[in-house]
Design a protein around this ligand. Structure first.
Ligand SMILES: Nc1ncnc2c1ncn2[C@@H]1O[C@H](COP(=O)(O)OP(=O)(O)OP(=O)(O)O)[C@@H](O)[C@H]1O
Ligand SMILES: [Mg+2]
Length: 260
């Protein structure tokens, strides 16, 4: 029997992201079990869940860093389940990593320029570039968008941790993304840095959807319109931020974790 999502996509309406029955095993461990998820174009969503819930594995399957053991993944209607990661980047999918992947010896602007250049070629490249004016202009706009204008010529190694996370957001924005996966961009930030990041996420273009993995409810609830809670590799609950915040089972899960 066709699901609502299948009927919608048969009618030509596509989700930005659609997962059907996605499983990912690591040996005997089910890191993801029967994940069904639909995200609209432009939708901003948080994924919450305790350590080991499967959040990063979900991102890895969507970006192509890992393949799912079974199930299907569609990006704007196209089946991308087995596409290589760089082909997904070409289609407008971006991510940031839980662990930073910046070029620490290069300046802020150079890091963003390289991201713009890499995306324009469909894959990231380590070859020293000759300057391209259009790409440099895009890079400068992105520097402004993440509030790093004043320090754009400083080497990344001199940036605070929070500024580095801002830079990662700019790099994910390179080359007209359609959808971004942010893996705990606020982890380890001070309250001031957190506020800055929230402002940046709130000012992303409305047509660019994202999923943000975030442990801090205050951050998540200020930048998203929908929330998915994961637990033990499964989707535990979905709802609006208000519904999730007031959900007795979610509260119990979080309290349980806190005391367990
Ligand atoms: N490459 C891997 N090889 C083996 N097991 C893995 C691998 N990656 C993840 N796992 C396991 O899969 C489960 C889900 O891990 P995952 O990193 O997706 O959780 P998470 O929700 O992102 O957790 P955290 O909040 O700690 O980042 C965990 O039990 C983890 O140990
Ligand atoms: Mg993780």
């Amino acid at each position: 029997m066709a699901t609502v999502a299948q009927k919608l996509s048969a009618a030509g309406t596509s989700h930005a992201l659609e997962l059907r029955g996605v499983d990912r095993m690591f040996g005997a461990l089910a890191a993801l079990s029967d994940i069904n998820l639909e995200v609209r174009p432009g939708e901003k969503r948080a994924v919450l869940g305790s350590n080991g819930a499967g959040k990063t594995t979900l991102f890895n399957c969507v970006t192509g860093d890992f393949l799912p053991t079974s199930g299907r993944i569609r990006f704007f209607g196209e089946d991308i389940t087995r596409l290589p990661a760089h082909e997904r980047i070409r289609r407008g999918l971006r991510r940031t990593y839980q662990i930073s992947l910046l070029f620490k010896g290069l300046t802020v602007l150079d890091n963003i320029y390289l991201a713009c250049r890499g995306v324009s070629r469909g894959r990231f490249s380590f070859v020293r570039p000759r300057r391209n004016e259009a790409l440099m202009q895009s890079a400068e706009e992105l520097v402004d968008a993440v509030h790093l204008t004043d320090i754009r010529d400083r080497p990344v190694a001199e940036l605070s941790y929070g500024q580095q996370r801002q830079l990662e957001v700019a790099m994910a924005l390179a080359g007209a993304p359609r959808f971004i996966l942010f893996d705990e961009p606020a982890a380890g930030l001070s309250p001031t840095e957190r506020g800055e990041l929230i402002e940046i996420l709130q000012s992303l273009p409305s047509h660019v959807g994202f999923i943000i993995i975030e442990h801090d409810m205050d951050v998540a609830l200020r930048v998203v319109e929908s929330v998915t809670v994961m637990h033990n590799g499964r989707i535990f609950k979905e709802g609006t931020p208000e519904e999730i915040e007031n959900d007795a089972q979610v509260q119990e899960l979080y309290l349980g974790d806190g005391h367990g």
